[in-house]
Design a protein around this ligand. Structure first.
Ligand code: ZN
Length: 164
């Protein structure tokens, strides 16, 4: 499997399917909803919530944590594209619980000769991390006051959502 595999799929129907699905759709998400979740390759947020093109913003990073860049994107999503509902969805068995920030930074120092300016963002308890992310967005001066924000922990066995 090489880098070319996905480009081949893009050429073999991927681009055409997306062009058809997005035809005529405006940029603002029609469900006024934004989802923050983990980049874990087993999670398919589009399938999980039955999202169709044009309906929602999906932000993904390692852990699904609310970083500076997530605050940036949520702010633009809300202020420029009219979204109001935010789901913060982290999951059980996340790789971000398999190391601590000091351990990861020490590894980077050893392997790369430098420490990052950003925090790795590891966490032991996804529910607690979701609570922190929800608080960070709620406390931000840039998010809209009428934001509806909900937090969940996803089980990767059943794909059930536990509200936090
Ligand atoms: Zn994860």
């Amino acid at each position: 499997m090489s880098n070319d595999e996905l480009l081949a799929r893009h050429a073999d129907g991927g681009a055409a399917a997306c062009a058809e699905a997005a035809q005529g759709l405006p940029a603002p998400p029609s469900l006024h909803t934004l989802i923050v979740t983990c980049m874990d390759a087993r999670i398919d947020p589009v399938a999980l919530f039955g999202i169709r093109p044009g309906e929602a913003h999906v932000l993904r990073n390692a852990g699904g944590i609310v970083t500076d860049d997530v605050v940036r994107s949520v702010t633009i999503s809300q202020r420029e594209l009219g979204t109001r509902t935010v789901y913060v969805v982290q999951h059980k068995g996340c790789g971000m619980a398999t190391f601590t920030d000091p351990e990861f930074v020490a590894k980077l120092r050893e392997e790369c000769g430098a420490a990052p300016e950003w925090a790795p963002g590891s966490f032991a308890d996804p529910a607690e991390s979701v609570r922190q992310g929800v608080a960070r967005l709620t406390d931000s001066p840039f998010t809209v006051p009428d934001m509806e924000i909900r937090g969940f922990v996803l089980d990767l066995g059943t794909f059930d959502l536990e509200p936090v």
